[in-house]
Design a protein around this ligand. Sequence first.
Ligand code: HEM
Length: 260
Amino acid sequence: MELTYSDYLHLDELLDLQQPLSDPPEHDETLFIVVHQAYELWFKLLLHELEKIKADFVANRLYPAISTFKRARTIMKVMVEQVDIVETLTPMSFASFRDRLDKASGFQSVQFRELEFALGYKRADMLKYQRPGTPSYAQLERRLREPSVVDAFYTFLKQNGVTIPDELTRRDPTLPAIQNETVAEGVLTLYKTQPNMEILFELMTDFDEGLQEWRYRHIKLVERSIGSKRGTGGSLGVEFLKKSLFSPVFPDLWAIRHRL
Ligand code: HEM
């Protein structure tokens, strides 16, 4: 039998996955489910692209890394824009089905944590919000221990003449990436002497800024939907989210802006 569009995309299964819990039905719950599922798909694609970026960096492939960062940056922009759709949900409408969520929250999104870990923003204590023994727990634990995009970036920079201090190459991979003066100095030199590197660094900065934009938009979304209520995931809500708001994933690229 000929392969159809629907077969290839497994549409029967995909379109059967939106199952509102409200009884009687609440019109807006469908939007809430579809948007979160769409985000999870973007997270999946981003993780896939970041794996390629890591491999490109390690193999010193500049142009493939540039084109993949361009894609990752563009996905990030779409993710930021999608918040507009969720903001069409009014606080009262959200309140009408919020109880159905019980303790479920984006806080428990394994793929979002994977993204943070893959990028080098590692917070081992986030594992305690996942269920041990599940495949997703094992997956997140693996991400915690494996080298991040920042580690691969160091390998790339080293191959392009930047000194990477031993304390960075030998560091415990489960700890978050930190800003380093020697690395920043090397990045600055490449920025000023190699236009193709400048393209890469600007795309990485776009991506980084995009993630911070997403965090900001999400916080405002939370504020306008639930104000100072605690999150369904049990955190302090807005206060908890603000802690990550201005944390860049590529701190060395931000440290040198005033010297460019
Ligand atoms: C009405 C809409 C939303 C509300 C009220 C809301 C609320 C919250 C709150 C309060 C938290 C803090 C953790 C907790 O639950 O205690 C949180 C975390 C989170 N939410 Fe949302 N959220 C909304 C929409 C979304 C959407 C559309 C996404 C897309 C995937 C999302 C993804 C996340 C993620 C990834 C976290 C963890 C962030 C971090 O740890 O920095 N949320 N959300």
